[in-house]
Design a binder for this molecule. Structure first.
Ligand SMILES: [Zn+2]
Length: 250
């Protein structure tokens, strides 16, 4: 029997609807697809939390490790997954995004590769959402991209290159890691300012201070988790700078 708060899923790939009460009206069109990991020991715990009226968090879709897909919030509604966040100057990311939670223990409970079956299901779901909402490649983002000081998910093991091969998200081959001028804590000057401007132009929320401050380090770390995952250390080495340049000039 259908629960009275249930709804018709937006995607044919959804195997079950588990309604969350945690949503409200959108103020904008969905033009961002936001990726998360749950960061909890079990998927069941995560779904319980995402549907708990006392916790006030949710997402639109939930992808299990075994490839099952559940929908928790209708796409037309604003789910509560991004928190305080920003991209390209917009701050209400929940209002303009569709949020997918991927069941995964996260950095806290043993960070590991995402299972192939789960990623296959995620790719199919993303393609379906992107086609219906015409979401642009450069607007498929990590939670850590829109909240770099607070969030690590879905992290450096998330297979962005594989998603890009399936037409999802922006990707360029990362420049190889090599010796050379590297920016780090409290470096100052025109070169740091230039890097900050490029990161801000790409979309990150970053004040141009001309100093390699904590926010710059957080943003560089988020950038590396997504686009140069071979080394995530928050230091702007030549590979990081060149990978960013390739993305901006692709
Ligand atoms: Zn998240």
């Amino acid at each position: 029997m259908m629960r009275k708060d249930s709804f018709k899923p937006d995607s044919k790939l959804v195997m079950s609807v588990v309604p969350s009460p945690n949503h409200d009206a959108r103020g904008a069109r969905s033009d961002i697809l936001l990726m998360h990991y749950t960061g909890m020991q079990t998927a069941e715990e995560a779904v319980a939390r995402l549907t708990d009226p006392g916790v006030k968090v949710s997402c639109h879709y939930f992808v299990y490790e075994d490839s099952r897909i559940e929908q928790l919030v209708p796409e037309a509604r604003r789910a509560w997954h991004a928190g305080a966040s920003s991209w390209k100057g917009a701050i209400d990311i929940n209002a303009r995004s569709i949020g997918i939670e991927v069941a995964h223990p996260g950095h806290e409970y043993g960070y590991r590769d995402f299972p192939d079956a789960q990623i296959d299901a995620l790719i199919a779901l993303c393609r379906d959402i992107i086609a219906r909402h015409h979401i642009r490649r450069e607007r498929v983002l990590a939670h850590s991209d829109v909240a770099p000081a607070r969030k690590k998910d879905p992290g450096e093991k998330f297979p962005w290159a594989r998603l890009a091969q399936a037409g999802i998200g922006l990707w360029v081959e990362p420049a190889p890691i090599a010796e050379g001028r590297t920016f780090s804590a409290n470096d100052k000057g025109a070169e740091v300012e230039k890097l900050q401007k490029q990161l801000a132009r790409f979309g990150y929320d970053l004040k141009i201070t001309g100093r390699y401050d904590d926010n710059t380090r957080s943003v560089v770390t988020a950038f590396q988790r997504h686009f140069r995952p071979a080394r995530v250390d928050g230091l702007a080495d030549p590979s990081t700078v060149e990978t960013l340049r390739r993305l901006l000039t692709r």
